[in-house]
Design a protein around this ligand. Structure first.
Ligand code: NZQ
Ligand code: ZN
Length: 386
């Protein structure tokens, strides 16, 4: 097990009706809020009305950045920064999924920087002071409500870049599973695939000494597999929505990767697909994950695949390890298919046109992956997934 620092300070209010805690939490940091949300789902489910009433009753002044796109764009971040400066914002409050939360985190980080927001997203300048972020989560998927990252797209340059800083972790997140009842079947399935992929990125590692972390991984994986499917079948199953939501936070809040380094190789590849084709993140991952797993399999790491097959998919441990590994990947593919997720890039409207460019960009950051990868590896995975 490698050395690590454990410090995951996000305060969580979890459960029905917990949005009532929002004004009190905001007032710890100030009284002028930027409310950040997406294309309107929070209005349909009544969350917008609840939040604005709570703010009004508590004398909290709020300004709004609405219309944040899935795969949020740097343009929205720039607008959010402008609003923060104009109104002297104290706290940024995203209400929505990973896109609204990521946009809010980027706004909170970029607000103290005089230059263009893209400089900070792209790593040209370091993150400095960050405004406090208090998130209200409405879809189980990215874990942004409890992690340190924000992923922002720049359609002009066809870039989608994740940047991180400990100060960007939300101070507080409010997680009411009932707000996720209205998430479509497609987004429920995509969110589940995202959660599973976050764990797999850590679970497949070269670090057999991180025993406890691998058992934590299995707990989160089993929860996501079982309850993702249940929420997909019955959107108003509270227990399913609650378990999926909590699994989503623990998949990527940092606990699993303590002492257990992650290369984020599948994510680097998917971010290129999203950057070029603006697809749903979890759907892209569902296509790539089985091919990524196959591509990385070696004699010396077969034990990872056997653990995965036996523990998560209940495959007979007495079988030949190669057979267990193949069955485990097959089970993963079948699971995604059962939830109507795509299994080929073509189904996502992706062909070979930009393979070379996307592989070049993704391959540049994969030297520390479970199996270090080059552009050629990424190309091979894209071709297999076509
Ligand atoms: O925009 P609205 O109207 O809110 O609709 C959204 C959107 O269309 C809808 N939705 C959200 N909550 C809903 C709902 N519809 C009905 N009822 C509700 N309660 O769902 C759609 C997708 O929302 P979005 O926020 O885009 O989804 P998700 O949470 O999957 O976030 C995806 C973004 O997060 C990034 C992804 O790359 C992508 O840009 N990621 C962020 C990470 C992080 N911060 O650590 C890690 C992830 O790996 C990922 O890269
Ligand atoms: Zn993800």
């Amino acid at each position: 097990m490698d050395n690590f620092l454990y410090h995951i300070p996000t305060k969580i209010h979890f459960g029905r009706g917990k949005v009532s805690e929002l004004p009190g939490e905001v007032q710890v940091y100030g009284k002028r809020v930027l409310l950040v949300y997406g294309g309107g789902s929070i209005k349909k489910i009544g969350l917008y009305d609840s939040i604005t009433k709570l703010f009004a009753d508590a004398g909290i002044e709020w300004y709004e950045l609405g219309g944040v796109d899935p795969n949020p764009r740097v343009e929205s971040v720039r607008e959010g920064v402008r609003l923060c400066r104009e109104h002297g914002i104290d706290v940024v409050v995203p209400a929505g999924g990973g896109s609204a939360i990521d946009c809010a985190k980027a706004v909170a980080a970029c607000a103290s920087y005089e230059g263009d927001a893209w400089d900070m997203v792209s790593g040209k300048v370091k993150v400095g002071e960050v405004l406090p972020v208090i998130a209200v989560l409405t879809v189980a998927a990215t874990g942004s409500e409890m992690d340190t990252s924000a992923v922002i797209s720049n359609p002009e340059t066809r870039d989608k870049i994740g940047f991180s800083n400990a100060a960007m972790r939300p101070k507080v997140s409010i997680m009411d599973p009932e707000y996720t009842y209205s998430v479509s079947k497609y987004q429920t399935a995509a969110g589940t695939a995202d959660i599973i992929s976050h764990v797999l990125e850590v679970y497949f590692n070269n670090n057999p000494g991180a025993y406890l972390q691998n058992r934590f991984c299995e707990a989160v994986l089993k929860t996501a597999v079982a309850y993702g499917h249940r929420a997909y079948r019955d959107p108003e199953d509270y227990e399913a929505r609650a378990n999926l939501m909590w699994a989503g936070s623990w998949a990527i809040n940092g606990l699993l990767s303590k002492g257990n380094p992650v290369g984020w190789s599948a994510h680097s590849m998917e971010h290129e697909l999203s950057a070029f084709y603006d697809i749903t993140h979890g759907a892209g991952l569902a296509v790539l994950i089985p091919h990524w797993l196959r591509h990385m399999m070696r004699e010396e790491n077969l034990y990872n695949y056997v653990e995965y097959g036996v523990e998560i998919w209940g495959i007979d441990p007495s079988l030949d390890p190669h057979e267990i590994a193949e069955k485990a990947i097959g089970a993963t593919e079948a699971y995604f298919k059962e939830m109507d997720l795509p299994s080929t890039l073509r189904e996502l409207g992706i062909d070979e046109e930009y393979f070379d460019e996307m592989a070049e960009k993704a391959g540049a950051g994969l030297k520390k992956a479970f199996i270090p990868m080059e552009k050629e590896d990424v190309l091979a995975i894209f071709k297999a997934a076509l």
